[in-house]
Design a protein. Sequence first.
Length: 110
Amino acid sequence: MALSLPFASGQIVVVVLRDPRERIWGRLLGLEASGIALRGLELTPWEQVLTLVKRGEDDQVAIGTRFYPMHRVESLYLDEPSSGVPSLSQDFQRRSGRDPQAFLTDMMEA
C-alpha cells in the first residue's frame, strides 16, 4: 500500500539538509525517491532577505532552483503555522509586503 504524502508540487516547504547542515525555504517542484527539487533559498540570512525584498532589491537575494539528493535530506515539512507561530510564508508576506508564492516562482514559469 502506497503512503499518501501531504506534499504536492507548488507547495511551500522547508527542507533540513545534512552534510553540511542547512535549512532551505522554497517552493516544491518535485519529490522523488532520488531527491527533492525546489526553488528557494537558505534560511540563514532570513532577516537580510526580508530587508532586501522590502527595499525592492530581489536581485540581491540568492534564490535558485536546485535538486537535493535524498541522502542529504534530514527532514521535509510544509511551511505552515504552528502553536500560534506564523509560517515563514506568513512572516514573509507580513514583513516584506510581497506574496511568497510569486516571489518563489521561477521567472521562466511566470
